[in-house]
Design a protein around this ligand. Structure first.
Ligand SMILES: Cc1cc2nc3c(=O)[nH]c(=O)nc-3n(C[C@H](O)[C@H](O)[C@H](O)COP(=O)(O)OP(=O)(O)OC[C@H]3O[C@@H](n4cnc5c(N)ncnc54)[C@H](O)[C@@H]3O)c2cc1C
Length: 366
């Protein structure tokens, strides 16, 4: 059964097209942030280009309409862990890309409502983290991470904060992108096979073929279906939204447990996601479905964050992330499938900021 996220409450399903073109200049598969930003920048660069985005469901029904809406550059605990695996320079260059993405979203859509609440890493601070944060700040040439006293559930503790981070309504952002990306979007169209200049699609019971000059397969956690030997592995994320609550906790984008748990406040409610690390085998799936195990974990974590149990869980949904090599920083999401077809999938838990940067880079090749 189709499962609506908190963001999708007031939306109606997008209708299937009456017909599809037989050929286009650029075919994009998947109308999440990646596919939508790509259509947007291609249209901006050359409005005469015939761009068609094919989406099997509604806009972003994988991760983009179902995420937490953190417009973020990340947090110290996770970066320190990443640096042990990938090195300091890689971590800082990814951070710089995310910063470029944040700036791009704000520049392209200055009217987009954003909650400029900053972010806080609530994990315990160690001397190693302090030294790491100081090194990141020095490398960037500005104070990005600041240590200050923060409140979590009524207890004061030190946390690392980033003032530039903000919260967005991800679906509102997606719809803004789509509204400025030309009219080449078709929903309820599944791409069954793609390659060598032809996409084979199904709409309802109707099969069709579309020829293309270039194609980009932006199907994220579902990449394996169209990209043979795809390195992208799915990772499900589950999110809850509580009833309206009062709490002494700082009104910020919050990170706990090295970023595996994340929260923010939306419309006076707590939005909380995470727990994937506790149920790795169960959550390594493409199935958009919620589970009782994860719900119990999120309920318990919500109690810690709020400092009380006076809430109900009013919404619970799942989305599917894509991880290159199954890892958080597993490598580039861009891979060539053949001379005219590329896969652009696998942003892990950071696609809101990263997708526009890569989409702009690709569009500049046209
Ligand atoms: C629970 C959760 C919370 C997250 N929180 C954040 C956050 O706060 N901040 C952040 O930066 N990132 C977050 N992320 C990650 C972020 O949402 C993703 O990185 C980003 O949305 C990926 O965009 P995408 O376009 O690559 O993929 P998607 O949004 O998954 O889009 C892929 C699209 O392809 C379509 N598709 C798949 N197969 C086919 C096919 N065969 N034919 C046609 N269409 C097809 C799907 O229906 C889908 O709409 C979160 C992810 C999840 C799941």
């Amino acid at each position: 059964m189709r499962q609506a996220s908190y963001w999708e409450q007031a939306t109606t399903p997008q209708a299937a097209p009456e017909s599809l073109p037989t050929s286009v200049d650029v075919l994009v598969v998947g109308a999440g942030f990646m596919g939508s930003w790509l259509a947007y920048f291609l249209h901006r660069r050359n409005p005469a280009l015939r761009v068609l985005v094919l989406e099997r469901d509604g806009i972003g029904y994988g991760a983009s309409s179902r995420n937490a809406g953190f417009l973020t550059t990340g947090q110290i605990t996770e970066m320190l862990e990443d640096s042990r695996e990938c090195g300091f320079d890689t971590v800082v260059s990814v951070l710089a890309r995310r910063r470029a993405g944040l700036a791009l979203v704000r520049k392209e859509f200055p009217g987009l409502p954003v909650h400029t609440c900053g972010s806080t890493d609530f994990d315990p601070i160690t001397d190693e983290k302090r030294a790491f944060a100081a090194r990141v700040n020095a490398t960037l040439g500005e104070t990005t991470f600041v240590e200050r006293q923060v409140n979590l559930g009524g207890t004061m503790r030190p946390g690392f904060c980033q003032a530039a981070d903000a919260g967005v309504h991800p679906l509102r952002l997606l719809e803004l992108i789509r509204a400025s990306a030309g009219d080449g979007f078709a929903f309820a169209v599944n791409v069954d096979r793609i390659g060598a200049g032809t996409a084979h699609c199904t709409t309802g019971t109707v099969h069709s073929q579309i020829r293309y000059r270039r194609a980009f397969v932006c199907t994220n956690g579902f990449a394996a279906a169209l990209e043979p030997a795809s390195p992208v592995q799915p990772g499900r994320g589950q999110v809850i939204v509580t009833s309206r609550v009062s709490t002494p906790t700082d009104n910020t984008l919050g990170y706990l447990n090295a970023g595996y748990d994340y929260f923010r406040f939306v419309d006076g409610r707590l939005l909380l996601g995470g727990g994937r690390n506790r149920f790795r085998a169960e959550e390594a799936t493409q199935e958009i479905a919620t589970t009782a195990n994860l719900l119990a974990h999120l309920r318990q974590t919500a109690t810690t964050i709020l400092g009380h149990e006076r809430f109900t869980v009013d919404y619970h949904w799942a989305g599917i992330m894509g991880f290159v090599g199954g890892k958080h920083l597993g490598g580039s999401p861009r891979r060539r499938m053949d001379g005219t077809t590329e896969a652009v999938a696998g942003f892990g838990g950071m696609g809101v900021a990263l997708a526009p940067v890569l989409a702009l880079e690709i569009a500049q090749e046209f």
